[in-house]
Design a protein around this ligand. Structure first.
Ligand code: PLP
Length: 431
């Protein structure tokens, strides 16, 4: 029997995808499950993109490994116009999902990875696949966002070097999965300065950039164009995860990086499917209908996730006001004593009990790098019929609690379930 590589035992199915499959399995078996375990925008494909895809089903040729020129051009123009990105300093690559661009970037840049904690589930496993060491960067979370102290970051880089490590790249994600928080603009500036001075490549994961509840797109690329590679795509603001379209802005200043990514692409995924590339040109041409769709979806994400945060705060759970993306990252520390009596001492136990006894799917903080006894969960606020919710909003329904009661009953039920769960935990204590 062929032997698996040594690291194989260290890999599990990505927790987010794994949870999604578990919920689908349980629902398939007839169980009613509330799903806060997977971040997938629930909204339908915009008509313009549907039509464009239909018109291009006959396309079957291989396309350039970095994406067809027409698409790369509209992507660059879009970012130039919408966020003022100086795309002259970057070149665009298109790949089947930003996940692969993130992986290719990690592969391309020698050295160890600075990774804020908490952060998205796949950065660390990707590092592990590449035999890269992960240096955890502490963060703090509050209503103003999530914060990386620049002085602490510099000290960490220096002390890691002293210990013989080679910190050479950092991945930042804002608005962030799992926190739903973003890094304030002035702090991005400070972090950029440290990274430029310490010669660290910033991999700026801006996949939620257009799901920003104050409608401001932030990018550290403005402050460190020589040291930033930006990744994004259509998976989040257009709910098109299954279309597998990621885009990257690769800095010209890092000699050889663009060529290396093109080479990696040519030896692995070859290109994004031709009909999809042709269809998504329309997503980047700035059409009013597509832009309105993005804005309306973002408004609904804002409503849902702020509702979840408020519901949790009302239950005495620490839950900062979300600023973007589709997530909350509440901390149940205030209920630690009750939960311990209830048999819950880790985030994994918390998540498992909610799924097993309360039919509520969540993800534990450990999946995002938190220590086991930190009682955090990542909650995704996407479990509703997106088409119906969008239609209701377009027909003039106000985005308020009544909207949630009517259009997102499972989101409402999830909060009620947390209430019941915490009540049971409290009673377990009294018993
Ligand atoms: C923070 C973050 N980065 C990257 C991705 C990858 O997105 P995709 O590969 O669909 O572009 C995701 C998807 O869940 C994400 O949440």
């Amino acid at each position: 029997m062929p032997k698996l590589v040594k690291t194989a035992t260290e890999f599990e199915l990505s927790p987010t995808l794994g949870m999604n499959e578990e919920v689908k399995r349980q629902r398939g078996a007839g169980k009613q499950v509330m799903h806060m375990g997977f971040g997938e925008g629930p909204f339908p494909v915009p008509e313009r993109l549907k039509k464009a895809l239909g018109e291009n089903v006959h396309r079957k040729e291989y396309l350039p490994t970095v994406g067809m020129e027409q698409l790369r051009t509209v992507v660059a123009d879009y970012y130039k116009k919408k966020i003022g990105l100086d795309t002259d300093k970057f070149d665009v690559i298109v790949a089947p999902g930003s996940k692969l661009i993130l992986y290719a970037l990690q592969m391309a840049v020698e050295g160890d990875l600075l990774m804020p904690v908490p952060s998205w589930v796949s950065y660390a496993p990707q590092a592990k696949m590449l035999n890269t060491k992960v240096i955890k960067v502490p963060t703090t979370l509050d209503d103003k966002g999530f914060h990386i102290d620049p002085t602490q970051l510099r000290a960490l880089i220096k002390s890691s070097r002293k210990e013989g490590l080679n910190p050479s790249k950092i991945i930042l994600n804002y608005p962030s999965n799992p926190t739903g928080l973003t890094i304030p603009e002035n702090e991005l500036k400070e972090i950029a300065r440290v990274c430029v001075e310490e010669d660290i490549l910033i991999i700026s994961d801006e996949i939620y950039g257009f799901v920003s509840f104050d409608n401001k797109y932030r990018s550290i690329a403005h402050y460190a164009p020589t040291h930033t590679a930006v990744t994004s795509g259509l998976s989040k603001h257009l709910s098109l995860g299954g279309w597998r379209v990621g885009v990257g802005f690769i800095p010209k200043a890092v000699t050889g990086l663009q060529q290396l990514l093109s080479n990696i692409s040519s030896e692995t995924w070859s290109c994004v499917p031709a009909p999809i590339q042709q269809a998504v040109v329309a997503a980047y041409e700035g059409h009013a209908d597509v832009e309105q769709h993005i804005q309306q979806c973002s408004d609904i994400h804002s409503l849902m996730n702020k509702y979840i945060a408020k519901g949790l705060r009302d239950l005495g759970v620490k839950a900062p006001e979300p600023q973007g993306a589709f997530y909350n990252y509440p901390d149940f520390d205030a209920h630690r004593a009750d939960l311990a009596k209830f048999g819950v001492k880790t985030s994994k136990e918390l998540s498992e009990m909610l799924l097993k006894n309360y039919a509520l799917a969540t993800l534990p903080g450990t999946a995002f790098g938190a220590a086991p006894d930190v009682l955090t969960l990542r909650l995704s606020g996407c479990d509703y019929d997106g088409a119906a919710a969008l239609k209701a909003y377009q027909s003039g329904e106000k985005l308020d609690e009544a909207f949630i009661n009517k259009n997102a009953p499972r989101v409402k039920a999830s909060i009620e379930t947390f209430g019941q769960f915490l009540k049971d935990a409290k009673q377990a204590k009294a018993a």
